[in-house]
Design a protein around this ligand. Structure first.
Ligand code: ACO
Length: 366
């Protein structure tokens, strides 16, 4: 049987750090509220575009796999915060890594986009369409954030990570998965201002309003992630005890704890990064995977479980068998251009641009 082993991994976190205290200087919130309700202490704010974040992560993942970009046959870019819808993000990465004429497409299921991309890339390798793939989860949420809305502004951050998959005869990579969606609940998370609904209606692209029912999302997230974990484990006749490490989507520490409790996994087997990055949407799981590898929490042959949920409301869980190697073959010298602004300065520029643009635009359709 053919499998799709994960042989390379790399992350890219922009250097500017936005703390809860920084946010409390511009919003009616406190560090104590954000930490106690979400577990988040700080997040990153990018000084570059999404393609740049994705490219640096991709170059690092390729080096870790010891593969030249020119050998890649498929690029899947998971995101909901595109630089452009047309051309897509994946084609930009294809050009930057020199992978012509690899297939290159984007996937958007919000926060689950990386894992849905992992599913499709794994399927294309296992069915012989391609021999390898680069799967990226990258988000630049900050330009689309409504920085005047404390309900959402404290929750998200920017970041990117990527993995390389290669055809293998060993039972590695994704062994079982459950994908699903609660479409009937899709209205509980909507970012108004990011799509064709708003085009030519007096709403400027990127001037957003977040329709966000936090408690309802919380409930559906716990339900979707824990049922998907049960389903994926049952496919392999495994129990929660058989899992070595859970690398979950990180939107709220209390959601992670509730999922761990429902799936009977102790928290010391759950890798938590939310305190450092907040919710980076599709980048969250692959960044946490890279951090877990760096911290020595992924061992040769480890069995990992990766549950996630996102807008839609999409949900999923993947059971992944790690291979023999937990260290990169090479280390890439590719890096982001230098940044000379603080996270607050980047956000304030963003806010000022939006205020100027909004003042010039007609009254929004909403
Ligand atoms: N600072 C201070 N107070 C706040 C803040 C803030 N940043 N935000 C809300 N509050 C207030 C509310 O106004 C409310 O005040 P009130 O009682 O006077 O009305 C109070 O805090 C409690 O608000 P709740 O919404 O009940 O707080 P809750 O405990 O539910 O936590 C939270 C809110 C953190 C949003 C939680 O519901 C959550 O994490 N939900 C899931 C969010 C999520 O996962 N988002 C991403 C989903 S999709 C994706 O990942 C792309």
């Amino acid at each position: 049987m053919t499998y799709a082993a994960i042989t390379g991994w790399g992350k890219c976190l922009p250097p500017a750090i936005l703390t809860n205290h920084d946010l409390a200087s511009m919003l009616d919130t406190t560090d104590e509220w954000v930490v106690s309700r979400t577990g988040i202490r700080e997040r990153r704010i990018s000084h570059v575009g999404l393609e740049e974040l994705g490219y640096v992560a991709a170059a690092r993942a390729l080096a870790a796999a010891g593969l030249p970009g020119s050998s890649i046959e498929l690029i899947v870019f998971g995101t909901c915060s595109h630089d452009d819808q047309v051309p897509n993000m994946a084609s930009g990465i294809q050009r930057r890594i020199g992978a012509q004429p690899a297939a290159a497409y984007d996937i958007n299921t919000a926060c689950t986009s990386f894992l849905y991309g992992l599913s499709t890339a794994t399927a294309l390798i296992r069915t012989g369409v391609v021999r390898n793939a680069l799967v990226i989860g990258a988000e630049l949420i900050s330009p689309f954030m409504d920085w005047s809305d404390r309900d959402v502004a404290v929750l998200f951050g920017d970041g990117a990570a990527a993995v390389v998959l290669e055809k293998s005869d060993e039972p590695q990579g994704v062994l079982a998965q459950k994908l699903g969606c609660y479409g009937e609940s899709r209205e509980i998370l909507r970012v108004q201002g990011m799509g064709g609904l708003y085009a030519n209606r007096g709403v400027l692209y990127g001037v957003t309003r977040w329709q966000f029912e936090g408690q309802e999302i919380f409930k559906r997230a716990v339900q979707g992630m824990s049922s998907a974990c049960d389903d994926a484990l049952a496919q392999l006749n495994l129990k929660a005890d058989d899992i070595d490490l859970v690398v979950p989507h990180q939107a709220n520490l209390r959601i992670i704890e509730a999922v761990a409790k429902r799936t009977h996994v102790p928290m010391d087997k759950v890798y938590v990064t939310i305190q450092d990055y907040g919710n980076m949407s599709s980048a969250t799981v692959p960044v946490a995977l890279c951090d877990a590898l760096e911290a020595g929490r992924v061992l040769p042959g480890s069995l990992l479980m990766m549950p996630s949920f996102g807008g839609g409301l999409s949900f999923c869980a993947h059971v992944v068998r790690w291979g023999a190697r937990t260290k990169p073959i090479q280390v890439s010298s590719v890096d982001l251009p230098p940044n000379d602004r603080t996270a607050l300065e980047i956000i304030r520029e963003c806010l000022a641009r939006k205020q100027r643009a909004s003042a010039e635009a007609a009254t929004p359709a909403w």
